[in-house]
Ligand binder design. Structure first.
Ligand code: EPU
Length: 438
Protein backbone atom coordinates (compact mmCIF):
# COMPACT_ATOMS: atom_id res chain seq x y z
CA UNK A 1 0.00 0.00 0.00
CA UNK A 2 2.73 2.46 0.97
CA UNK A 3 4.59 1.77 -2.28
CA UNK A 4 1.56 2.76 -4.36
CA UNK A 5 1.01 5.86 -2.24
CA UNK A 6 4.64 6.90 -2.59
CA UNK A 7 4.51 6.44 -6.34
CA UNK A 8 1.50 8.74 -6.62
CA UNK A 9 2.40 11.19 -3.83
CA UNK A 10 6.19 11.11 -3.37
CA UNK A 11 6.03 13.73 -0.58
CA UNK A 12 4.06 11.31 1.60
CA UNK A 13 6.25 10.17 4.48
CA UNK A 14 4.46 7.49 6.43
CA UNK A 15 5.49 8.36 9.98
CA UNK A 16 6.83 5.35 11.75
CA UNK A 17 5.22 4.69 15.07
CA UNK A 18 1.63 4.00 15.88
CA UNK A 19 1.50 5.64 19.30
CA UNK A 20 1.53 9.34 19.94
CA UNK A 21 2.94 10.18 23.34
CA UNK A 22 1.90 13.59 24.70
CA UNK A 23 3.06 15.04 28.00
CA UNK A 24 0.45 17.70 28.68
CA UNK A 25 0.51 20.97 30.54
CA UNK A 26 2.79 23.04 28.28
CA UNK A 27 1.13 26.27 27.04
CA UNK A 28 1.37 26.25 23.25
CA UNK A 29 2.99 29.43 21.99
CA UNK A 30 4.12 30.11 18.44
CA UNK A 31 3.03 30.04 14.82
CA UNK A 32 1.05 27.18 13.31
CA UNK A 33 0.33 27.73 9.59
CA UNK A 34 -3.11 26.52 8.53
CA UNK A 35 -3.05 24.26 5.45
CA UNK A 36 -5.44 23.95 2.55
CA UNK A 37 -8.71 22.29 3.51
CA UNK A 38 -8.86 18.48 3.38
CA UNK A 39 -12.53 18.59 2.45
CA UNK A 40 -11.91 21.12 -0.33
CA UNK A 41 -8.84 19.56 -1.94
CA UNK A 42 -10.41 16.12 -2.47
CA UNK A 43 -13.29 17.29 -4.72
CA UNK A 44 -10.90 19.74 -6.40
CA UNK A 45 -8.54 16.90 -7.32
CA UNK A 46 -11.48 14.94 -8.71
CA UNK A 47 -12.52 17.95 -10.83
CA UNK A 48 -9.32 17.41 -12.85
CA UNK A 49 -10.97 14.28 -14.32
CA UNK A 50 -13.43 16.50 -16.17
CA UNK A 51 -10.89 17.85 -18.64
CA UNK A 52 -8.01 16.59 -20.79
CA UNK A 53 -6.18 19.84 -19.95
CA UNK A 54 -3.94 20.53 -16.97
CA UNK A 55 -5.42 21.42 -13.58
CA UNK A 56 -2.95 22.88 -11.08
CA UNK A 57 -3.82 23.12 -7.40
CA UNK A 58 -1.76 25.16 -4.93
CA UNK A 59 -1.94 25.05 -1.12
CA UNK A 60 -2.51 21.27 -1.14
CA UNK A 61 -2.41 19.78 2.39
CA UNK A 62 0.12 16.97 2.85
CA UNK A 63 -2.19 14.39 4.40
CA UNK A 64 -2.97 10.71 3.91
CA UNK A 65 -6.36 11.28 2.22
CA UNK A 66 -4.63 13.35 -0.47
CA UNK A 67 -2.03 10.59 -0.93
CA UNK A 68 -4.74 7.90 -1.21
CA UNK A 69 -6.76 9.94 -3.72
CA UNK A 70 -3.59 10.61 -5.72
CA UNK A 71 -3.03 6.89 -5.94
CA UNK A 72 -6.63 6.36 -7.07
CA UNK A 73 -6.30 9.05 -9.74
CA UNK A 74 -3.02 7.60 -10.95
CA UNK A 75 -4.61 4.18 -11.39
CA UNK A 76 -7.35 5.84 -13.42
CA UNK A 77 -4.65 7.02 -15.82
CA UNK A 78 -3.94 10.52 -14.47
CA UNK A 79 -0.43 11.91 -14.44
CA UNK A 80 0.41 13.80 -11.26
CA UNK A 81 3.26 16.26 -11.06
CA UNK A 82 4.11 17.54 -7.58
CA UNK A 83 6.17 20.54 -6.54
CA UNK A 84 6.91 21.93 -3.13
CA UNK A 85 7.89 25.50 -2.29
CA UNK A 86 7.95 27.54 0.90
CA UNK A 87 4.33 28.44 0.05
CA UNK A 88 3.35 24.75 0.26
CA UNK A 89 2.60 21.77 -1.90
CA UNK A 90 1.23 22.05 -5.45
CA UNK A 91 0.04 19.43 -7.88
CA UNK A 92 -0.62 19.49 -11.60
CA UNK A 93 -2.98 16.76 -12.76
CA UNK A 94 -3.33 15.60 -16.34
CA UNK A 95 -6.34 13.42 -17.08
CA UNK A 96 -5.69 13.38 -20.81
CA UNK A 97 -6.00 9.60 -20.97
CA UNK A 98 -8.51 8.09 -18.59
CA UNK A 99 -9.18 4.45 -17.84
CA UNK A 100 -12.51 4.57 -15.94
CA UNK A 101 -12.37 0.88 -15.03
CA UNK A 102 -9.10 1.16 -13.17
CA UNK A 103 -10.56 1.81 -9.72
CA UNK A 104 -8.87 0.05 -6.81
CA UNK A 105 -11.36 -1.28 -4.25
CA UNK A 106 -8.89 -1.24 -1.34
CA UNK A 107 -8.17 2.43 -1.85
CA UNK A 108 -11.85 3.32 -2.26
CA UNK A 109 -12.55 1.53 1.02
CA UNK A 110 -10.11 3.90 2.73
CA UNK A 111 -11.88 7.13 1.94
CA UNK A 112 -15.38 8.47 1.72
CA UNK A 113 -14.54 11.16 -0.83
CA UNK A 114 -13.81 8.48 -3.47
CA UNK A 115 -17.58 8.46 -4.11
CA UNK A 116 -17.04 11.73 -6.00
CA UNK A 117 -15.31 9.76 -8.75
CA UNK A 118 -18.79 8.56 -9.79
CA UNK A 119 -20.09 11.96 -10.91
CA UNK A 120 -16.86 13.00 -12.61
CA UNK A 121 -16.26 9.70 -14.46
CA UNK A 122 -19.87 9.48 -15.61
CA UNK A 123 -19.68 13.02 -16.94
CA UNK A 124 -16.38 12.56 -18.74
CA UNK A 125 -16.47 8.87 -19.80
CA UNK A 126 -20.15 7.91 -19.65
CA UNK A 127 -19.40 5.06 -17.24
CA UNK A 128 -18.12 4.41 -13.74
CA UNK A 129 -17.69 1.30 -11.61
CA UNK A 130 -16.97 1.97 -7.96
CA UNK A 131 -16.98 -0.26 -4.88
CA UNK A 132 -19.04 1.37 -2.12
CA UNK A 133 -16.78 3.93 -0.42
CA UNK A 134 -15.38 3.66 3.10
CA UNK A 135 -14.26 6.45 5.41
CA UNK A 136 -14.84 7.24 9.07
CA UNK A 137 -17.17 5.04 11.12
CA UNK A 138 -19.30 7.94 12.34
CA UNK A 139 -22.72 6.93 11.05
CA UNK A 140 -24.66 5.24 8.31
CA UNK A 141 -23.23 7.40 5.54
CA UNK A 142 -25.54 6.28 2.74
CA UNK A 143 -25.07 7.51 -0.84
CA UNK A 144 -28.73 7.30 -1.89
CA UNK A 145 -28.94 11.06 -2.62
CA UNK A 146 -25.89 10.81 -4.90
CA UNK A 147 -27.37 7.88 -6.83
CA UNK A 148 -30.88 9.38 -7.08
CA UNK A 149 -29.42 12.63 -8.45
CA UNK A 150 -27.32 10.81 -11.06
CA UNK A 151 -30.38 8.76 -12.09
CA UNK A 152 -32.38 11.99 -12.47
CA UNK A 153 -29.63 13.12 -14.86
CA UNK A 154 -30.24 10.05 -17.02
CA UNK A 155 -27.66 7.61 -15.65
CA UNK A 156 -28.46 3.93 -15.22
CA UNK A 157 -27.18 3.00 -11.77
CA UNK A 158 -27.06 -0.55 -10.36
CA UNK A 159 -25.74 -1.81 -7.06
CA UNK A 160 -24.28 -5.27 -7.38
CA UNK A 161 -22.34 -7.03 -4.62
CA UNK A 162 -21.25 -3.78 -3.00
CA UNK A 163 -20.20 -2.27 -6.32
CA UNK A 164 -21.94 0.70 -7.96
CA UNK A 165 -22.16 0.33 -11.74
CA UNK A 166 -23.25 3.50 -13.48
CA UNK A 167 -23.56 4.20 -17.18
CA UNK A 168 -24.75 7.06 -19.33
CA UNK A 169 -23.60 6.13 -22.85
CA UNK A 170 -25.41 9.06 -24.45
CA UNK A 171 -24.15 11.47 -21.78
CA UNK A 172 -25.88 13.03 -18.79
CA UNK A 173 -28.67 15.57 -19.16
CA UNK A 174 -29.59 18.52 -16.97
CA UNK A 175 -32.21 17.88 -14.28
CA UNK A 176 -34.07 19.61 -11.48
CA UNK A 177 -32.90 17.90 -8.29
CA UNK A 178 -33.99 18.51 -4.70
CA UNK A 179 -31.78 16.94 -2.05
CA UNK A 180 -33.68 15.55 0.97
CA UNK A 181 -30.88 17.00 3.18
CA UNK A 182 -28.15 19.47 2.28
CA UNK A 183 -25.54 16.72 1.83
CA UNK A 184 -22.03 18.01 1.19
CA UNK A 185 -20.90 14.99 -0.82
CA UNK A 186 -24.09 14.70 -2.89
CA UNK A 187 -23.96 18.42 -3.77
CA UNK A 188 -20.34 18.02 -4.90
CA UNK A 189 -20.96 14.83 -6.85
CA UNK A 190 -23.92 16.30 -8.73
CA UNK A 191 -22.06 19.54 -9.37
CA UNK A 192 -19.16 17.58 -10.88
CA UNK A 193 -21.60 15.61 -13.04
CA UNK A 194 -23.69 18.61 -14.10
CA UNK A 195 -20.89 20.80 -15.49
CA UNK A 196 -20.55 18.50 -18.52
CA UNK A 197 -24.25 17.50 -18.81
CA UNK A 198 -26.48 18.50 -21.67
CA UNK A 199 -28.66 21.40 -20.47
CA UNK A 200 -29.23 23.07 -17.13
CA UNK A 201 -29.19 21.37 -13.74
CA UNK A 202 -30.66 22.90 -10.61
CA UNK A 203 -29.60 21.48 -7.23
CA UNK A 204 -32.11 22.60 -4.60
CA UNK A 205 -31.46 22.30 -0.87
CA UNK A 206 -27.77 22.20 -1.81
CA UNK A 207 -25.17 22.24 0.97
CA UNK A 208 -23.57 25.65 1.53
CA UNK A 209 -20.25 24.59 3.04
CA UNK A 210 -17.39 26.89 1.91
CA UNK A 211 -15.63 23.90 0.32
CA UNK A 212 -18.51 23.67 -2.20
CA UNK A 213 -18.10 27.29 -3.29
CA UNK A 214 -14.36 26.56 -3.60
CA UNK A 215 -15.08 23.63 -5.94
CA UNK A 216 -17.54 25.77 -7.93
CA UNK A 217 -14.92 28.54 -8.23
CA UNK A 218 -12.44 26.07 -9.73
CA UNK A 219 -15.07 24.69 -12.12
CA UNK A 220 -15.86 28.26 -13.21
CA UNK A 221 -12.13 28.85 -13.81
CA UNK A 222 -12.25 25.74 -16.05
CA UNK A 223 -15.07 27.36 -18.07
CA UNK A 224 -17.99 25.76 -16.22
CA UNK A 225 -21.14 27.83 -15.77
CA UNK A 226 -22.24 27.65 -12.14
CA UNK A 227 -24.32 30.23 -10.28
CA UNK A 228 -25.81 30.48 -6.80
CA UNK A 229 -22.49 29.92 -5.00
CA UNK A 230 -22.93 29.96 -1.21
CA UNK A 231 -26.73 29.56 -1.48
CA UNK A 232 -29.09 26.59 -1.18
CA UNK A 233 -29.78 26.61 -4.91
CA UNK A 234 -27.05 25.94 -7.43
CA UNK A 235 -27.72 26.33 -11.12
CA UNK A 236 -25.34 24.67 -13.57
CA UNK A 237 -25.45 25.16 -17.32
CA UNK A 238 -23.64 22.18 -18.82
CA UNK A 239 -20.67 22.84 -21.11
CA UNK A 240 -19.45 20.58 -23.93
CA UNK A 241 -15.90 20.64 -22.69
CA UNK A 242 -13.85 22.27 -19.95
CA UNK A 243 -10.42 23.88 -20.05
CA UNK A 244 -7.63 23.54 -17.51
CA UNK A 245 -7.27 25.87 -14.52
CA UNK A 246 -4.99 27.01 -11.71
CA UNK A 247 -6.61 27.20 -8.28
CA UNK A 248 -5.45 27.69 -4.69
CA UNK A 249 -7.22 25.48 -2.14
CA UNK A 250 -9.29 27.24 0.52
CA UNK A 251 -7.71 27.25 4.04
CA UNK A 252 -8.91 24.50 6.38
CA UNK A 253 -11.53 25.91 8.77
CA UNK A 254 -11.60 22.67 10.77
CA UNK A 255 -7.81 22.62 11.28
CA UNK A 256 -8.12 26.29 12.31
CA UNK A 257 -10.83 25.54 14.89
CA UNK A 258 -8.91 22.50 16.15
CA UNK A 259 -5.81 24.62 16.78
CA UNK A 260 -7.86 27.32 18.49
CA UNK A 261 -8.97 24.58 20.91
CA UNK A 262 -5.33 23.58 21.45
CA UNK A 263 -4.32 27.18 22.23
CA UNK A 264 -7.24 27.61 24.63
CA UNK A 265 -6.95 24.33 26.55
CA UNK A 266 -3.24 24.93 27.22
CA UNK A 267 -3.79 28.63 28.03
CA UNK A 268 -1.33 29.43 25.29
CA UNK A 269 -1.31 31.77 22.30
CA UNK A 270 -1.12 30.56 18.72
CA UNK A 271 -0.72 32.65 15.60
CA UNK A 272 -2.58 30.79 12.83
CA UNK A 273 -1.55 32.19 9.42
CA UNK A 274 -4.19 31.64 6.68
CA UNK A 275 -6.79 30.78 9.35
CA UNK A 276 -10.13 32.48 8.63
CA UNK A 277 -12.59 33.33 11.39
CA UNK A 278 -15.23 34.18 8.76
CA UNK A 279 -15.31 30.51 7.64
CA UNK A 280 -16.17 29.21 11.12
CA UNK A 281 -19.89 29.98 10.80
CA UNK A 282 -21.74 29.52 14.09
CA UNK A 283 -18.62 28.02 15.70
CA UNK A 284 -17.05 31.51 15.73
CA UNK A 285 -19.62 32.81 18.20
CA UNK A 286 -19.39 29.56 20.21
CA UNK A 287 -15.63 30.04 20.63
CA UNK A 288 -16.20 33.61 21.83
CA UNK A 289 -18.89 32.46 24.29
CA UNK A 290 -16.48 29.83 25.71
CA UNK A 291 -13.91 32.60 26.26
CA UNK A 292 -11.67 32.08 23.21
CA UNK A 293 -10.58 35.27 21.51
CA UNK A 294 -9.47 35.69 17.87
CA UNK A 295 -7.53 38.77 16.85
CA UNK A 296 -6.45 39.56 13.32
CA UNK A 297 -2.76 40.53 13.03
CA UNK A 298 -0.60 41.12 9.95
CA UNK A 299 0.95 37.65 10.51
CA UNK A 300 -2.34 35.79 10.88
CA UNK A 301 -5.19 35.25 13.32
CA UNK A 302 -4.06 34.91 16.94
CA UNK A 303 -6.12 32.55 19.13
CA UNK A 304 -5.94 32.73 22.92
CA UNK A 305 -8.17 32.83 25.97
CA UNK A 306 -10.04 36.09 26.45
CA UNK A 307 -10.14 35.60 30.23
CA UNK A 308 -8.47 33.22 32.70
CA UNK A 309 -11.10 30.45 32.63
CA UNK A 310 -13.24 28.89 29.91
CA UNK A 311 -17.05 28.73 30.20
CA UNK A 312 -19.34 25.82 29.35
CA UNK A 313 -21.85 26.43 26.52
CA UNK A 314 -24.51 24.51 24.61
CA UNK A 315 -23.82 23.44 21.03
CA UNK A 316 -25.94 21.87 18.31
CA UNK A 317 -24.19 20.80 15.12
CA UNK A 318 -25.84 21.63 11.80
CA UNK A 319 -25.19 22.16 8.11
CA UNK A 320 -23.11 25.27 7.31
CA UNK A 321 -23.29 27.97 8.57
CA UNK A 322 -24.38 25.95 11.61
CA UNK A 323 -21.84 24.59 14.08
CA UNK A 324 -19.62 22.18 12.09
CA UNK A 325 -19.95 18.53 13.09
CA UNK A 326 -16.22 18.21 12.37
CA UNK A 327 -15.49 20.59 15.28
CA UNK A 328 -17.84 18.85 17.71
CA UNK A 329 -15.23 16.43 19.12
CA UNK A 330 -12.34 18.93 19.43
CA UNK A 331 -14.64 21.46 21.11
CA UNK A 332 -15.98 18.78 23.46
CA UNK A 333 -12.39 18.18 24.63
CA UNK A 334 -12.19 21.88 25.43
CA UNK A 335 -15.56 21.91 27.21
CA UNK A 336 -14.40 18.98 29.38
CA UNK A 337 -12.38 21.45 31.46
CA UNK A 338 -14.62 24.53 31.07
CA UNK A 339 -16.54 25.88 34.07
CA UNK A 340 -20.12 24.63 34.42
CA UNK A 341 -22.23 22.34 32.28
CA UNK A 342 -22.47 22.06 28.49
CA UNK A 343 -24.91 20.19 26.26
CA UNK A 344 -23.46 19.06 22.92
CA UNK A 345 -26.04 17.81 20.41
CA UNK A 346 -24.98 16.03 17.22
CA UNK A 347 -27.55 16.23 14.42
CA UNK A 348 -25.49 15.23 11.35
CA UNK A 349 -24.01 11.78 12.11
CA UNK A 350 -25.57 9.10 14.34
CA UNK A 351 -22.33 7.73 15.78
CA UNK A 352 -20.16 10.73 16.35
CA UNK A 353 -19.68 10.39 20.11
CA UNK A 354 -17.06 7.66 20.04
CA UNK A 355 -14.52 10.06 21.60
CA UNK A 356 -16.70 10.37 24.72
CA UNK A 357 -15.56 7.11 26.35
CA UNK A 358 -11.96 8.03 25.67
CA UNK A 359 -12.37 11.50 27.19
CA UNK A 360 -14.03 9.89 30.21
CA UNK A 361 -10.99 7.62 30.51
CA UNK A 362 -8.99 10.84 30.87
CA UNK A 363 -11.18 12.02 33.75
CA UNK A 364 -13.85 13.97 31.85
CA UNK A 365 -17.41 13.92 33.20
CA UNK A 366 -19.63 13.30 30.17
CA UNK A 367 -22.90 11.38 29.86
CA UNK A 368 -24.56 10.64 26.52
CA UNK A 369 -28.36 10.80 26.30
CA UNK A 370 -29.46 9.93 22.77
CA UNK A 371 -27.88 12.45 20.44
CA UNK A 372 -26.80 14.83 23.22
CA UNK A 373 -23.68 14.63 25.37
CA UNK A 374 -23.89 16.36 28.75
CA UNK A 375 -20.49 17.65 29.80
CA UNK A 376 -19.67 18.78 33.32
CA UNK A 377 -16.37 20.64 33.36
CA UNK A 378 -13.62 19.21 35.60
CA UNK A 379 -10.51 21.10 36.78
CA UNK A 380 -8.00 19.04 34.86
CA UNK A 381 -7.90 15.97 32.63
CA UNK A 382 -5.42 13.16 33.37
CA UNK A 383 -3.23 11.51 30.76
CA UNK A 384 -4.33 7.98 29.77
CA UNK A 385 -4.02 5.39 27.00
CA UNK A 386 -6.73 6.23 24.42
CA UNK A 387 -7.71 5.43 20.83
CA UNK A 388 -8.88 7.82 18.12
CA UNK A 389 -11.67 6.21 16.11
CA UNK A 390 -12.03 8.86 13.40
CA UNK A 391 -10.16 11.94 12.20
CA UNK A 392 -11.82 14.41 14.54
CA UNK A 393 -12.06 12.03 17.51
CA UNK A 394 -8.28 11.58 17.26
CA UNK A 395 -7.79 15.36 17.06
CA UNK A 396 -9.99 15.80 20.15
CA UNK A 397 -7.81 13.36 22.08
CA UNK A 398 -4.66 15.23 21.04
CA UNK A 399 -6.22 18.41 22.43
CA UNK A 400 -7.24 16.65 25.64
CA UNK A 401 -3.72 15.22 25.96
CA UNK A 402 -2.12 18.65 25.47
CA UNK A 403 -4.24 20.05 28.31
CA UNK A 404 -4.00 17.05 30.65
CA UNK A 405 -1.56 16.36 33.48
CA UNK A 406 0.76 13.48 32.83
CA UNK A 407 1.21 11.28 29.81
CA UNK A 408 -1.37 10.47 27.14
CA UNK A 409 -0.70 7.61 24.73
CA UNK A 410 -2.89 7.89 21.64
CA UNK A 411 -3.46 5.09 19.11
CA UNK A 412 -5.45 5.15 15.86
CA UNK A 413 -2.97 7.53 14.22
CA UNK A 414 -3.98 6.63 10.66
CA UNK A 415 -7.05 8.74 11.30
CA UNK A 416 -4.97 11.72 12.35
CA UNK A 417 -2.73 11.32 9.29
CA UNK A 418 -5.78 11.29 7.05
CA UNK A 419 -6.95 14.75 7.99
CA UNK A 420 -4.11 16.80 9.41
CA UNK A 421 -1.00 18.04 7.63
CA UNK A 422 2.12 17.37 9.79
CA UNK A 423 0.20 17.98 13.02
CA UNK A 424 2.83 16.47 15.33
CA UNK A 425 5.72 18.43 13.83
CA UNK A 426 3.79 21.71 13.80
CA UNK A 427 2.63 21.26 17.42
CA UNK A 428 6.17 20.42 18.59
CA UNK A 429 7.39 23.67 17.01
CA UNK A 430 4.87 25.52 19.21
CA UNK A 431 6.26 23.94 22.39
CA UNK A 432 4.15 20.77 22.70
CA UNK A 433 5.87 17.78 24.31
CA UNK A 434 4.66 15.31 21.68
CA UNK A 435 6.41 12.41 19.99
CA UNK A 436 5.40 9.47 17.83
CA UNK A 437 6.75 6.13 18.97
CA UNK A 438 6.58 2.55 17.70
N1 EPU B 1 -26.69 11.25 3.80
C1 EPU B 1 -27.62 10.32 3.37
N2 EPU B 1 -27.61 9.97 2.05
C2 EPU B 1 -26.71 10.47 1.17
C3 EPU B 1 -25.76 11.42 1.61
C4 EPU B 1 -25.77 11.80 2.95
O1 EPU B 1 -28.44 9.84 4.16
O2 EPU B 1 -26.75 10.11 -0.01
C5 EPU B 1 -26.66 11.65 5.23
C6 EPU B 1 -25.39 11.14 5.92
O3 EPU B 1 -25.53 9.79 6.36
C7 EPU B 1 -25.23 12.13 7.04
C8 EPU B 1 -25.79 13.43 6.46
O4 EPU B 1 -26.57 13.05 5.33
O5 EPU B 1 -26.00 11.73 8.13
C9 EPU B 1 -24.73 14.43 6.01
O6 EPU B 1 -23.78 13.81 5.21
P1 EPU B 1 -22.95 14.59 4.09
O7 EPU B 1 -23.24 13.94 2.79
O8 EPU B 1 -23.19 16.06 4.19
O9 EPU B 1 -21.46 14.30 4.52
P2 EPU B 1 -20.27 13.76 3.64
O10 EPU B 1 -20.27 14.42 2.32
O11 EPU B 1 -20.23 12.29 3.72
C10 EPU B 1 -18.60 15.65 4.34
C11 EPU B 1 -17.24 15.70 4.95
C12 EPU B 1 -17.31 15.28 6.40
C13 EPU B 1 -18.25 16.23 7.14
C14 EPU B 1 -19.64 16.22 6.44
C15 EPU B 1 -20.62 17.21 7.05
C16 EPU B 1 -15.76 15.25 3.11
C17 EPU B 1 -14.81 14.33 2.46
N3 EPU B 1 -16.35 14.83 4.22
O12 EPU B 1 -19.02 14.29 4.47
O13 EPU B 1 -16.00 15.42 6.95
O14 EPU B 1 -18.39 15.82 8.46
O15 EPU B 1 -19.47 16.54 5.05
O16 EPU B 1 -20.09 18.49 7.04
O17 EPU B 1 -15.96 16.38 2.66
C18 EPU B 1 -14.23 15.00 8.41
O18 EPU B 1 -13.55 15.79 7.77
O19 EPU B 1 -13.87 14.55 9.52
C19 EPU B 1 -15.52 14.56 7.88
C20 EPU B 1 -16.14 13.47 8.30
Amino acid sequence: MNASLLAAAPWWRPDTGDTLVIRGGQPLVGTYPISGAKNAVLPLMVSALLTPHLVTLHNVPANLDVAVLSSLLQRLGCEMHWSSTSAGLSVTISADRLEPRGIDGDLVARMRASVLLLGALLARCGEARLPLPGGDAIGRRAIDFHLAGLRAMGATVKLDGGVVQATAPAGLRGADIRLPLPSVGATENLLLAAVLADGTTTIRNAAREPEIADLAACLIAMGGKVSGLGTHELSIEGAQRLAGAVHAVLPDRIEFGTLACAAAITDGELCLPHGRVDLLGAAGASFNAMGVDFSETPDGVVARRARPGLSGIDITTGPYPGFATDLQAPVMALLATAAGASAVSETIFEQRFRHVDELVRMGASIAVRGRTALVRGVDRLQGAAVIGTDVRAAAALVIAGLGACGETRLGGLDHLDRGYDRLVRKLALCGADIVRLP
